[in-house]
Write a protein that binds this ligand. Structure first.
Ligand SMILES: N[C@@H](CCC(=O)N[C@@H](CS)C(=O)NCC(=O)O)C(=O)O
Length: 141
């Protein structure tokens, strides 16, 4: 199949999920380290063109042939893992579409998205600066 590139940060839990699946499915891939905030020129260019806030993981590959070849990118670890499971070998790590398990998985995704937003708010504050007010109770614990 296609050559797979993963834009990755070693300690990012979302990247780790993707790397686990790549490992379990024995998929060959190239890893590009993205030092968070000091993004690679590729990340800066693509996020500007496609108007998204740079983040990892991003899966990148080419589809089509010759000059019809087009670069595809998938953002969001959930979508990346679904794609990998559906397109490489037997689908064995994600439930069948529209099954009850699948619906449950989508519910968990939404829950985790909210949870992550709140953890970030707690850790960094609204503007990604540590917020003394919001976290002042820590001292009292
Ligand atoms: N919902 C995303 C979350 C990805 C995410 O939050 N990645 C963090 C690293 S753990 C990131 O790239 N943050 C951007 C930044 O720190 O500026 C996913 O599941 O892929």
């Amino acid at each position: 199949m296609k050559k797979i590139i993963l834009h990755d940060y070693r300690r990012c839990p979302f990247c780790i999920r993707v790397r686990i699946l790549l490992f379990l499915k024995k998929i060959d891939y190239e890893k590009i380290h993205e030092p968070l905030r000091i993004w690679t020129p590729w990340m800066r260019k693509v996020s500007k063109e496609k108007k998204f806030k740079p983040s990892v993981p991003i899966l990148r590959f080419f589809q089509g042939f010759w000059f019809f070849k087009k670069e595809k990118i998938i953002r969001e670890s959930n979508q990346i893992n679904l794609f990998l499971d559906e397109n490489f070998g037997k689908k064995e790590f994600t439930p069948e579409k529209n099954s009850d398990e699948y619906k449950k998985m989508i519910e968990w995704w939404s829950w985790c998205e909210e949870f992550k937003k709140n953890i970030d708010l707690f850790k960094y504050g609204d503007d990604f600066n540590f917020d003394k007010e919001k976290t002042s109770f820590i001292k009292k614990l």
